[in-house]
Design a protein around this ligand. Structure first.
Ligand code: GLV
Ligand code: MG
Length: 335
């Protein structure tokens, strides 16, 4: 279902399918700011120089009695700063909360022109996206905005995962999706208290060696959902993202989780702590050795067809396409 809302004109998007051509921008880390804290807002000018996207968080982690301050703080930080090419997003409260409507009613008229994306939590089906789409269309029209505000869904309920394809297809306004492993774990009844990452008990045992010894290899708890999300997103021209990694003390585990997501097709992840900005920058920018090899493939097959051997490895039309993904990303990072 790709019915564009009344306001949603192709002007900001482009041909050939105007609704599916998203702006090509680097979004390696979506950096979360709690906007009710003045000290955090004061760091935004420096953040703008250092991250791809600044997100004002209004939902979970913002105490109920600070919701109004967070909303006002977000409007303030949007008004006070020039974001240039850095993305400005907000994560609003979920649809059935007492705060969602005021989040939209206050933010769009005040700073809608600067706002790139609304991240919607706990999306369960296409109906959630349809509602936000129409509300945004009304508010945009009333405010006379010149460009549409995009929607980014968090995939963080069992029902949402079941309906991931219809969510992806729900509106031309869809920007992408992030995995929300904390809420998803709760929704699924998974037995963990972690925010993303692995679990030592989710492992596969090797066969016993001659002396009866075995080794355990930890597996990626999120593999299935990330794969499902990436396929749904790419089928509809959306961008897939890994979400949060909650153990700030374990940079190696964060890097490993982000890297799995990157290898599986994700374009970025959330950074909840300043140390995670560099991790995301490193992981979601292609490795220079990989880029050099990918360039060799493109050079060896100028028209993208045929078969050649490079360093003992067979290349053909399909690896040419793989190489192009990596080289295109490298060009975007360098631009
Ligand atoms: C993010 O919102 C999560 O629940 O993991
Ligand atoms: Mg959540």
């Amino acid at each position: 279902m790709k019915t564009p809302s009344a306001f949603y004109k192709p002007l900001a998007i482009g041909a050939p399918d105007p609704y599916r051509e998203l702006p090509v921008s680097l979004e390696r880390m979506i950096h979360f700011v709690p906007p009710h804290i003045e000290k955090m807002r004061s760091k935004v000018p420096d953040l703008i120089k250092n991250v791809d996207v600044v997100l004002g968080n209004l939902e979970d982690a913002i105490p109920a009695d600070a919701k109004t301050d967070a909303r006002r703080g977000f409007i303030q930080m949007a008004q006070d700063n020039d974001f240039g090419t850095t993305g400005l997003w907000t994560r609003v409260n979920c649809l059935n909360s007492p705060w969602f409507l005021d989040d939209l009613l206050e933010i769009v008229p005040a700073v809608g022109e600067k706002l790139d994306v609304v991240m919607l939590p706990k999306v369960e089906g296409a109906w959630d996206i349809h509602y936000l789409d129409q509300l945004l269309a009304q508010l945009e029209a009333r405010a006379g905005l010149s460009k549409p505000i995009m929607i980014h869904a968090i995939l963080e309920t069992a029902e949402g995962v079941k309906n991931v394809e219809e969510i992806a297809a729900a509106s031309p306004r869809m920007h992408g999706m992030s995995l929300g492993p904390a809420d998803l774990a709760a929704s699924r009844g998974m037995k963990t208290t972690r925010v993303g990452g692995g679990h030592p008990d989710y492992a596969v045992l090797s066969d016993a060696d001659g002396t009866g010894g075995r080794t355990a290899s930890q597996q990626d708890l999120w593999h299935y959902t990330v794969g499902k999300m990436v396929d749904a997103c790419l089928s509809y021209g959306l961008k897939p993202f890994y979400g949060p990694f909650g153990d700030f003390s374990d940079a190696a585990a964060c890097e490993s989780q982000f890297r799995n997501a990157f290898l599986m097709g994700c374009l970025g992840a959330w950074s909840l702590h300043p140390t995670q900005i560099q991790i995301a920058k490193k992981v979601f920018s292609p490795d220079p050795g990989e880029v050099a090899f990918a360039r060799k493939i493109l050079e060896a097959m100028p028209d993208g067809t045929g078969a050649v051997m490079i360093d003992g490895k067979m290349q053909d039309d399909a690896t040419w396409k793989q190489a192009k993904v990596i080289v295109d990303l490298a060009k975007l990072v360098a631009s």
